[in-house]
Design a protein around this ligand. Sequence first.
Ligand code: HEC
Ligand code: HEC
Length: 212
Amino acid sequence: MIRTTAMALLLAATFHANAADKAPAKADPAAAKPIAESVCIGCHGADGNSPAAPNPNLAGQHAAYIAKQLANFKAGDDGKPAVRDNAIMAGMVAALSPEDMRNLAAYFSQQKLKPAEAKDEKLVAEGQKLWRMGDFEKGIPACAGCHGPAGAGLPAQYPALAGQYAEYTLDQLMKFRSGERANDPEKMMRMIAAKLSDQQMKAVSEYAAGLR
Ligand code: HEC
Ligand code: HEC
């Protein structure tokens, strides 16, 4: 009798553990704050407003997109290279658990973006055209179609680009074009970047920086 009860309790405990595994884990942004304030701060700011243009702003970015990037920076256990190959970020994510990544993503998505500024009006005008209408002759779709008319993106797949440093955006477009960045689903960005000229990349990056 006692043994049966113990068995039943054991089974119940196992069942609960499995149920907890399957339930979508709720992110805990507060748990990520100490990591942001000790590790990420130097390059992205503790509140996700980066102090320098090569490091992207993270504040206000969609949580699912941030979590995906963090996972993509990490090489696989099976020795597979990271799908987003970056030496700096590879070092940063090496010690992060999937739970840390989820928490950090929630934390940064809740911070308020202090947006970058567009500086060159001529580039902005050129970039605006490409953003809104694409380039029909070259078969380039409008960026607005996926990243939104105001660059707010669309959760969960399409990142916000509004107020991002132009230098960072330009760098990513070049990395998609060269294939150095290859983590875009269905090659969406690689196919577009392959058709963009240097001038078009510069113009659209400047325009996105000024979007609000
Ligand atoms: C030493 C500087 C440095 C530190 C510290 C750092 N990062 Fe980064 N991070 C970068 C750079 C540089 C990039 C751009 C990488 C590239 O070119 O693909 C980046 C990119 C990212 C991206 C991709 C953003 C996007 O828009 O696609 C995320 C997310 C990110 N970092 C999160 C973090 C988190 C979370 C931490 C703290 C655990 C952290 N980083 C610490 C330098 C840093
Ligand atoms: C068909 C949809 C689609 C269109 C159109 C599109 N994008 Fe994207 N873009 C994406 C997706 C999806 C991602 C995220 C890739 C990933 O998961 O890492 C992305 C990511 C990016 C990034 C990286 C952002 C970051 O924080 O690192 C930049 C920069 C970018 N797109 C610029 C553009 C520009 C400029 C245009 C117009 C010329 C454009 N995109 C048009 C789907 C699109």
